[in-house]
Ligand binder design. Structure first.
Ligand SMILES: [Zn+2]
Length: 437
């Protein structure tokens, strides 16, 4: 068959699997893999592993022993399936996270029902990213059934904890060589970026905890102490009045979507000062019950900062800018003292626009959808950070069905047309990447 004919055959083969991709998406949604705490990971990993084993994949279950979150009640079980293929071509790996975020309120459908309505599959994780996993499985199966030899290995992994940093998932596997050459050459992560968009990477992130110190005293005589909350307020005020306006001047040349995220951003994730949060109840007489506060001046206050930075900024400069502000307060504000501690950081990543996986996916999008793809970058990080930093693999993109804005929202859904189209794109991209050259 000519190249065009085999591509047409693949496209039609996947179109005929429309019901199959819906059913697999539903099956995945119906396993409530909530993170936290990390429910039902093993059941979901086994659903994928059992299915792929029946199609000739070698299946491995990798529990992230000792990784953050792993316990006997909530084992962090990842699945990695590999089909050797028939040729000497490069390995293409599809990686999807199986965890989903909490349900939240506002749903009009069962979040774990997998209901199909008006051409959409509904449920928590429908777009982020069980639909994408289903599309990649269907793409791989269509390639194997096509009668054309698979010119290299194909891998599919279902990994845990992406929503909480991926340390027990892709991070754990990357440390053990699962995302490095010579095992793997190209990685596609089917996050819900849209069927005609290729995500090259993401902004950087610096999470840090800042603590201001005070001196404890009786709350009725605050002048005898020194309030850490008051010091924190001074710091937060500086962030608002000095740092935020500066960040709004810094725009990246990278195609981050949505456009608002092309500027550097800072979010104060949480503030906790003084006594731990207390819960009061009232009895029938209206008297307060339970843990009542005792009068003290706060001797410590902590804030967690979530600073997202652009490719044009360095991580060192991002940190130094905050430290400089704290030092400035230390010089000018009597009694001010602080501690700052990094929680985690990742520098921005961007796969080159002419990397093979980008070119192959772009060509496949043009072929399947008849339009040119948009290349974008993500405001937040995802598992690509581990693949690039630990796996040292640059040939990695995110590409998958669904609308990013719907991720983590009530009534999350994925369009069935998109499930099919993205599976077609994935299959053509594998063919192209493994084509003997
Ligand atoms: Zn996701």
């Amino acid at each position: 068959m000519s190249n065009d004919r085999t591509e047409d055959d693949l496209i039609q083969r996947i179109a005929a699997k429309r019901d199959e991709v819906v059913v697999l998406t539903q099956e995945l949604i119906r396993i409530p893999t909530l993170n936290p705490p990390g429910d039902a990971y093993e059941a979901c990993a086994r659903l994928l592993g059992d299915r792929l084993a029946r199609r000739g994949f070698d299946v491995e279950y990798v529990r992230a022993q000792g990784a953050p979150g792993d316990s006997d009640s909530h084992p962090r079980v990842n699945v990695v399936a590999r089909h050797p293929g028939q040729g000497q071509g490069p390995c293409v790996h599809f990686n999807g996270h199986i965890d989903v975020v909490e349900v939240g309120s506002g749903w009009t459908v069962d979040p774990f029902g997998g209901e199909v309505r008006d051409g959409k599959v509904y449920g928590r994780g429908a777009c982020d990213m069980k639909g994408g996993i289903a599309s990649s499985v269907i793409a791989a199966e269509a390639l194997l059934e096509s009668g054309q030899p698979l010119q290299g290995p194909i891998e599919i992994s279902g990994t845990v904890d992406e929503e909480s940093g991926g340390y027990a998932g892709v991070g754990y596997l990357a440390e053990r060589g699962y995302f490095s050459a010579p095992r793997v050459q190209h990685v596609i992560i089917p996050e819900p970026l849209g069927v005609d968009r290729i995500c090259l990477g993401h902004r950087g992130v610096w999470w840090a905890e800042v603590e201001t110190k005070g001196r404890i005293a009786h709350g009725s005589m605050p002048f005898l102490g020194d309030s850490a909350i008051s010091h924190m307020t001074a710091f937060l005020h500086l962030l608002d009045t000095e740092l935020q306006p500066r960040l709004r001047q810094r725009k990246t040349a990278e195609p981050v979507e949505p456009e608002g995220a092309r500027w550097s951003t800072l979010n104060v994730n949480s503030v906790h000062g003084g006594q731990p949060e207390q819960r009061y109840l009232r009895d029938a007489m209206g008297r307060p019950q339970g843990d009542l506060p005792t009068p003290v001046v706060a001797h410590a206050c902590k804030a967690v900062l979530d600073r997202r930075f652009i490719a044009e900024e360095s991580l060192d400069a991002v940190k130094q800018e905050i430290v400089d502000m704290l030092d400035e307060l230390k010089r000018t504000r009597p009694g001010f003292d602080y501690r700052v501690e990094e929680i985690m950081s990742f520098v921005p990543t961007a796969t080159p626009k002419d990397a093979p996986v980008v070119l192959a996916t772009a060509k496949a999008i043009a072929r399947v959808l008849g339009r040119e793809p948009q290349t974008i970058a993500s405001p937040g990080t995802y598992d690509q950070k581990h693949i690039v930093r630990t796996g040292k693999l640059r040939d990695c993109i995110a590409y998958g069905p669904g609308i990013l804005d719907l991720a983590h929202q009530p009534d999350e859904y994925v369009g069935i047309d998109e499930l099919v189209a993205s599976a077609q794109v994935m299959a053509l991209a594998v063919r192209d990447l493994q084509k003997p050259r």
